[in-house]
Design a protein around this ligand. Structure first.
Ligand SMILES: NC(=O)c1ccc[n+]([C@@H]2O[C@H](COP(=O)([O-])OP(=O)(O)OC[C@H]3O[C@@H](n4cnc5c(N)ncnc54)[C@H](O)[C@@H]3O)[C@@H](O)[C@H]2O)c1
Length: 395
């Protein structure tokens, strides 16, 4: 029987004065700064921001300072400055002077990392929120240069992350955190990681942001069919994968500049049957897409901020590999999608940069498919029932 294709699938806010351009700084454990040439960086010290959990020497970079609205001095990496870049010809995505907070990066494999690279390539400053249990390994890997090869941007410079904040997006404020999490050794040494606290820290450190990206999901029972999913597992999937977006917007949109834009990542399982994407994850993505529309109205009217989501095709990220059948989905897409190629994370990153830029200033409340077109298919053309029918051939 023909298989029906379910369209599968650094700066720191320091109190003035800060000495000028050749100042060197030390970054604490949650402020990771990468210069254009990591090998030439050295350590030195400035005062630490109040939202920082502990102090460890990391990489440093030349900095310069400029007054912010709040009377404080924001120090900015000279090597990161985009203001001196020439205006490009054509219709470039220009995010110079914009600051992005990306929630959900813990390695260099996922969509969050690719989006960070595209936004940085367009000139945006990058802040990152990393799941608390993954903070140590992510920071250590960054510091030791494990990601250096994948930090390279199209112009040859390296992705710079101004600061990494510990974050657990299933907790809105400290009152929500149960005792077992507080006592968990993977959370020891970190503080201010609930959504509300992270937003407060970002506000304290930087004042405002322009771009918010939600690139995180978690469903503890994802490998179970929905019929076998427990209430606890289902609600956990919704909490981590969709309410987390509502919570991030609730806390961050008030510190976003008008004209700002937000983005999440969804999956076609929200509207089509994808066996294997279980545990309530399909429900969570459906909620995320519905919330995208409602939040677009509310954030648009109240704050002039846009809200969109990208429905991405299959990528062998850490999270997707944990689900177990992502390689099959990649192969399925190559065999059946209009565009017969493996989806690259950069393709989602570049679409995200467009959706987060002024070039898409009239797009909000949208689900944008970046999946080689697989969502548009109605049948699996590699099904044996089609045999040698000419209609299934691509040429
Ligand atoms: N990989 C795919 O095939 C695919 C397809 C469509 C959509 N997506 C979506 O893309 C987004 C990014 O996923 P990815 O596949 O790039 O994998 P990923 O592993 O790179 O990203 C998931 C991130 O979520 C973080 N996370 C989990 N629980 C968290 C919490 N409570 N608080 C903060 N962070 C938390 C993880 O640490 C990880 O960094 C997710 O929304 C996912 O559903 C992925």
């Amino acid at each position: 029987m023909a298989q029906i294709v379910a369209s599968c699938q650094q700066m720191m806010m320091v109190k003035p004065p800060v000495s000028a351009s050749s100042s060197r700084m030390m970054i604490n454990s949650s402020a990771v700064v990468f210069g254009a040439n990591a090998k030439t960086n050295s350590f030195s010290m400035l005062s630490s921001a109040s939202c920082i959990a502990s102090v460890k020497p990391l990489l440093s970079c030349n900095i310069t300072s400029k007054p912010s609205k709040s009377d404080k001095v924001i120090t900015r990496e000279m090597c990161q400055s985009t203001e001196s870049k020439p205006i490009l010809p054509g219709l470039p995505i220009d995010l110079r002077g914009k600051r992005a907070f990306i929630a959900g990066i813990a390695d260099d494999n996922g969509y969050g990392w690719a989006i960070a690279k595209s936004l940085a390539a367009a000139g945006a400053e990058i802040l990152v929120g990393t799941w608390v249990p993954a903070m140590n390994i992510f920071e250590t890997s960054l510091r030791r240069g494990k990601f250096d090869a994948s930090r390279v941007l199209p112009d040859g410079s390296l992705l710079k992350i101004t600061k990494v904040y510990p974050l657990d997006a299933v907790f809105d404020n400290p009152e929500d955190v149960p005792q077992d999490i507080n006592a968990n050794r993977r959370y020891a040494g970190y503080s201010n990681w609930t959504v509300q606290e992270v937003a407060e820290c970002v506000k304290k450190d930087f004042g405002t942001i322009d771009i918010l990206v939600h690139s995180l999901a978690n469903g503890p029972e994802v490998s179970k069919p929905l019929l076998e999913t427990s209430r606890k597992g289902y609600l956990a999937a919704i909490s981590a994968s969709s309410y987390s977006f509502v919570s991030l917007l609730k806390q961050f949109v008030p510190i976003m500049n008008p004209g700002g834009a937000t983005l999440s990542l969804t999956h076609v399982a929200s509207t089509r049957i994808i066996p294997g994407y279980g545990g309530g994850m399909s429900s969570a993505k459906a909620a995320l897409e519905s919330d995208t529309r409602v939040l677009a109205f509310e954030a648009g009217r109240r704050y002039k901020v846009r809200v969109n989501t990208i429905s991405a095709g299959a990528l062998g990220s850490r999270a997707a590999k944990a689900i177990g059948f992502v390689d099959t989905m990649i192969e399925y897409s190559i065999n059946n999608a209009p565009l017969q190629k493996e989806l690259a994370a950069d393709e989602v990153g570049n679409a995200a940069a467009f959706l987060l830029s002024p070039l898409s200033s009239a797009i909000t409340g949208s689900v944008v498919y970046v999946d080689n077109g697989l969502n548009a298919m109605g049948v699996a053309v590699d099904s044996p029932v089609f045999g040698d029918l000419y209609i299934t051939k691509g040429d």
